[in-house]
Design a protein around this ligand. Sequence first.
Ligand code: CP
Ligand code: NVA
Length: 320
Amino acid sequence: MTLANGHLKDVVSSDALSRDDLEVLLDSAARFALKPLSESSFIAGESVVIYMNKASTRTRLASESAVAHLGGTPIFVRGDELQIGRGETIADTARIISNFAKAFIIRTYAHDDVNEFAKWASIPVINALTDDDHPTQLLADWVTIREVFGKKVSGRKFTYLGDGNNMANAWMLMGARLGAHIVIATPPGKWAPNNAVIDRAQKIAREHGGAIEISHDPESAVRDASVLYTDVWMSMGDDESVRSEKLRDLAPFAVNQKMLDLTASDSIFMHCLPAHRGQEVTAEVIDGAKSVVWRQAFHRRTTIQALLFHLINKDLRGTV
Ligand code: CP
Ligand code: NVA
């Protein structure tokens, strides 16, 4: 959503940030990595509400420490602690939170609930993961990628292997805007990414010099890739009844040393975490020399700090 005077108010989707916004945020995050307290009185005396209806280790701790680094106080609440858990509307809850906070960070199930919060809140709303997207994770991923390879993406392949879930969507949408050649390899059918997201990402890629390739062949997808990314196979919100079928179908898409050996010689392995060693990735790969997963997790704080700073400062322009 964009306010009338042209600045971006919310980041609900990995499609929300313009190419210029991404450059601003990735550069700022790199600066906050070097000087975490360079804006330590930015929101002194103010609060940021962090609301979660799903478990979180990284996003919660990164968000709370990002707020603290900006001089503010994080207020963490779970949905069932608020009256919204007893039927108060999103609109009314959003109006109340807007009275008490400079920004609202939300992790929940339905993506439309975040849109509804953004509609009624007068403060910035940041999506901290829904069933459909995970934009703050992608910012951390791209700062990490740039630390390794620099800003130039041409001639490189960025492959995501596994479930066509919220991370696959986010990987396509933000990678497309950065002009990257993105490959998503999933089993065909019900674990493949949503067609509307693929179409949208392909349109963005055409406008920004990137490419979106959808594959069902794990070996050709990973061949010569610079980045090999994977995520859990059972996401929060997935119905337990699909577990055995899903794990069986995804088994050929597991990241192991044989897969990693097919990638480019300077490749890196990425995972948003939490990981399930022995399922989507072997311990040898995630704990091996090419893995940058701890650096990705580190950048969850620097990027959320940058996002809070620039959204509250009304510096971003958005894509609409
Ligand atoms: N990557 C990520 O979002 O981790 P958490 O679920 O622990 O927040
Ligand atoms: N796809 C995973 C990502 C966790 C960070 C989930 O939604 O549970």
